[in-house]
Design a binder for this molecule. Structure first.
Ligand code: ZN
Length: 411
């Protein structure tokens, strides 16, 4: 057993502890606490005592939404002022950077996995259209879910599309840390019957999450309401338009709710254009909303209404989105942007979003997301400028990988 002493311990499940300690045994958290009457050195259990100094120890973070397989497009898609313009940029970048052997894509995935770990991330919700990220993730120290994302607006046989995807998932060998599930790209790019088949397939498993991009852009809202606008034009251009499709009217959230898609297994990503009534529906269904504000700025989706998100009672998690739309995979940098956008949301709520809320949404809260006895000791120690600070607020100010060190894992 090893006992770490630190200027601060941040269990997440309770407020930060000054001059705390945390005992780790065989890679699991055994106990933690404050110095107590006997002082920090008052133990007599033979544990090795390690003083980490001016650091805060907290659980590894959760990046609840990223696309590791798009890492090779880093800096390849210019920022846009309108979302559909950005999507056109992604399509163009993929065409001008064909990678038939997949080497460039896989190399970038490896680098992205390494970068995630250096940034203090323990868990990822990874969206993949090809499943090439499953094996690198299974080999890595990261835990997470690889979501096999389907994009199919015009499907002749929706059930067969999903059954085929499910067979590919069944061929993967899940590990203790990495699982695979299905995701729908978005309400404007996946046919209603495909959405239904995806939910049915996911519901057959004991607990598997399902993901969808939702209410990201004004173009999406317009398309679901009226069936028109720039998104309709793009679908037609791509030859993906379905003339039999009838616009559902209402908001994208209304549409998914009426389709029976929402629920506590569903992770809805972005929500930039959600209204208060949309947020109420998500809260009532137990759906987790993942916010990726830096990506929203890059893609022209706009700034997410974070204060409204937190006031609504919806569970909120944090994602960086892909390197095609974010400068890095640092969840701490995402938190700094969230703090700038929502100066009055309690620091503890933002930190919960980056830890336990993401872990819970992905089905990893039994082992990750808080410091509690029995959980995995996937812990990070973040260097502080001094021990005499508001440590939660400091963690929202932008933490660099050079300040982060992993502890506990092999003890
Ligand atoms: Zn995404």
């Amino acid at each position: 057993m090893i006992r770490y002493h630190a200027a601060w311990i941040l269990p997440i499940a309770e407020p930060a502890i000054r001059n705390g300690w945390i005992a780790v045994d065989h890679g699991r958290i055994a106990a933690y606490g404050s110095p107590g009457p006997a002082g920090a050195r008052g133990f007599d259990d033979g544990a090795r005592e390690v003083d980490l100094g001016d650091v805060v120890v907290l659980p590894g973070l959760c990046n609840a939404h990223t696309h590791l397989e798009l890492s090779y497009l880093h800096d390849e898609v210019p920022p846009a002022s309108e979302f559909v313009t950005w999507i056109r940029g992604v399509i163009a970048a993929r065409r001008t950077r064909p990678d038939p052997s997949g080497t460039e894509i896989l190399d970038a995935v490896e680098r992205a996995v390494g970068e995630s770990t250096r940034c203090g991330t323990a868990i990822v919700g990874d969206i993949s259209n090809t499943l090439v990220t499953f094996e690198p993730l299974a080999r890595s120290a990261l835990a997470g879910v690889v979501f096999y994302e389907l994009i199919r607006f015009n499907a002749a046989d929706p059930v067969a599309v999903v059954a085929h995807a499910q067979r590919q998932l069944d061929e993967l060998e899940p590990t203790a840390r990495v699982r695979a599930s299905l995701a729908a790209h978005a309400p404007y790019s996946v046919a209603p019957l495909v959405l239904r088949a995806i939910r049915r397939a996911v519901d057959r498993e004991p607990f598997l999450p399902c993901s969808i991009h939702l209410s990201e852009s004004v173009e999406e809202v317009e398309f679901i309401r009226s069936g028109n606008g720039p998104w309709r034009a793009l679908l037609e251009e791509l030859g993906s338009w379905d003339p039999a499709w009838v616009p559902p009217g209402g908001s994208p959230v209304d549409f998914l709710d009426e389709a029976g898609f929402l629920g506590n297994r569903v992770i809805a990503v972005h929500g930039v254009q959600m209204t208060d009534s949309d947020l109420e529906k998500l809260a009532a269904r137990g759906t987790t909303l993942v916010t990726c504000p830096r990506s929203n700025g890059h893609t022209g989706a706009g700034a997410p209404p974070l204060a409204e998100f937190y006031a609504s009672g919806v569970r909120i998690a944090v994602g960086t989105d892909s390197l095609a739309s974010a400068p890095d995979l640092n969840v701490f940098a995402e938190l700094a942007t969230m703090r700038a956008l929502a100066p009055r949301v309690p620091a503890a709520s933002l930190l919960e979003s980056a830890t336990i809320e993401g872990a819970r949404a992905l089905g990893f809260d039994a082992d990750y997301g808080t410091i509690e006895p029995g959980k995995q000791a996937r812990l990070i120690a973040v260097t502080l400028p001094s021990s005499n600070i508001d440590v939660e607020e400091y963690l929202l100010g932008g933490i660099e990988p050079s300040q982060i060190r992993w502890i506990g894992d092999n003890d």
